[in-house]
Design a protein around this ligand. Sequence first.
Ligand code: ADP
Length: 806
Amino acid sequence: RTADLTGLPTGIPEALRDEGIEELYPPQAEAVEAGLTDGESLVAAVPTASGKTLVAELAMLSSVARGGKALYIVPLRALASEKKAEFERWEEYGIDVGVSTGNYESDGEWLSSRDIIVATSEKVDSLVRNNAAWMDQLTCVVADEVHLVDDRHRGPTLEVTLAKLRRLNPNLQVVALSATVGNAGVVADWLDAKLVESDWRPIDLKMGVHYGNAVSFADGSQREVPVGRGERQTPALVADALEGDGEGDQGSSLVFVNSRRNAESAARRMAGVTERYLTGDERSDLAELAAEIRDVSDTETSEDLAKAVAKGAAFHHAGLAAEHRTLVEDAFRDRLIKCICATPTLAAGVNTPSRRVVVRDWQRYDGDYGGMKPLDVLEVHQMMGRAGRPGLDPYGEAVLLAKDADARDELFERYIWADPEDVRSKLAAEPALRTHLLATVASGFAHTREGLLEFLDQTLYATQTDDPERLGQVTDRVLDYLEVNGFVEFEGETIRATPVGHTVSRLYLDPMSAAEIIDGLEWAADHRTEKLRALAGETPEKPERDRSDSDDEPGGFQRASEMVADDGGGGAGDDGDGADDTDGGGGDADAFETDRTYPTPLGLYHLVCRTPDMYRLYLKSGDRETYTELCYEREPEFLGRVPSEYEDVAFEDWLSALKTAKLLEDWVGEVDEDRITERYGVGPGDIRGKVETAEWLLGAAERLASELDLDSVYAVREAKKRVEYGVREELLDLAGVRGVGRKRARRLFEAGVESRADLREAEKSRILAALRGRRKTAQNILEAAGRKNPSMDEVDEDDAPDDAVP
Ligand code: ADP
């Protein structure tokens, strides 16, 4: 019984009881018996929705009660604030909760006053690199979804971070929460933790496959769900759940599909089903919710979502704005939204149980794999585990779809009878080791090759590998790479991070990204004059390919120079003073004057989009031509040699970086978000994502440029600021004022209020008119701009001068 729990801060057992948690679930009780509240390390491998969060809370709260400090590591940034909000209910018992996201390069000093801190593993890794003082005060760390150590991209960071934290505090309590996996015992061995493994669930789960006119469940039972001619299976299943078993027992459905686009189109289709089951009250509540959704942003995604929601369905994927996601999840829990069509990204982390789960797509496109790849059993089980709302449903139903009897049997074999896979460390992959070895050296965890290997010995990889040689070999290759690029240096046996190496580690950059950025900026410094000429549209003295220039290898990108020559004719004619300068043939930096900035924003955006730290946009059919053409047009702006079209993979990569850079250029060119989502086939959340990553990488580039004394530092700073605000150059000053933003900045500017100083001095009526009469907004903005008397009370926008309204 929760009332009998000891070792927790005063009042907590009673609070749990008041929440309706009177008895621990069996796996929770087992964890407590294993010493969870006495500081024992523990791996809890239990199904989704069986109360892992409470296991974590009991560990953290008891640790804090003993005077300690706890850290909760989440796998996704989107989950951090959600967890924080959940833990904040303990604040009235004197527990301070903090969340650490965003800006990588900081030591998060303010967090030292918190009892419970929530952060992503990347953030924790970065805090360790920046020597956050409170790191060694930690007494308890929770790793949520620890089975993700298996993830190629994020796994190694979690793995290394846990190893470092344990090394910093040998008595650290580690509580690792895992889905049911094949080898939880190995994970427990690695962490020297006890294992609680169970497939207990708070509510029964019936798994089955729909084929023909019925679902066959694993327990041998069947449910008739007829599908009419020309009808599809999913809408039939969603309708059937809503029919319920009579007596108004309506059931909601969660439909998992394999792409965002599919989530959106499925939601549109399901809205046609759900709308038939709405009451009048629900209709008006949903109309209100749709209006709230439109208020969040005026993008097409927002509009599509609002339309579906008005009819009782929704889509859910990582491209959605966070506010949208929360609105959808809450309304689904309140049973107002009847069906969510989702991609699996957040399936694991978000608490949205549903009567029925339909796993419509069990294959997904995988770029590394080069085609459609079946999902892991682990993943499908996690989706299926979302079925069944405790206290509401008699049981949950999770359904896969088959076209024929053979497919049905295959799905039973593949997913329903199958055990989840083992998790395997991905640490020995070079990109992962590159980053983590540099950080391990830079933050002083090891100073020699032997020391590094000893540190790596504490990872899951070492526990799992049967080829101890391999880690040594990869380590040597990576150390070579770091040395060649000037990030570490050797002095006898001792390895030290160079100053740039330290910076790279603290900036949380993949060393390969740093190398790419440094190369690009140095290349720009070397080619400055020549490129400025090309940008001014001048004819180079000789075609570029004939110049003896060590960087521009022949066979490179040749047509561009011809294009410059073609275009240049007219340009040079217009440009009187250019003609005298051409005879230098390049290289004489002082002889050429121009007010153009170099590198250009596009050049810089392209540079950061080329790094492995940026997820580039895919090239769709037709894109190759479009961006090849653009690549020719904008050739002088690129910082580095353009790969030839014969270097197939490199050229393709270059183009997808260009597409991503172009999105950023549109963003800083003040193109409407809506247009951008349409043009690049992305969601508003993706624009945010690209913008934030670019901001971070450009910030890193700025630091590197200033450390290496390159004069591009100013161009980089401006390009970064423009990305931050999403504006053209002339709006930078205005957009920096809190509450202004890109759209309002443009309206103010058009109305003749062009700067922060203008905000302090211009007629208030003019400002009010430009802000479309929004008094409160106007007043806040004037306050932020430092105006003496910001009050808007007596101001009438109709008094604005005629030229104030664009
Ligand atoms: P998991 O993290 O394992 O997916 P959660 O921790 O989100 O699952 O728990 C699912 C739900 O079960 C939550 O709403 C939680 O409040 C509830 N819950 C957890 N433990 C208990 C308990 N002992 N008694 C009743 N409800 C519980």
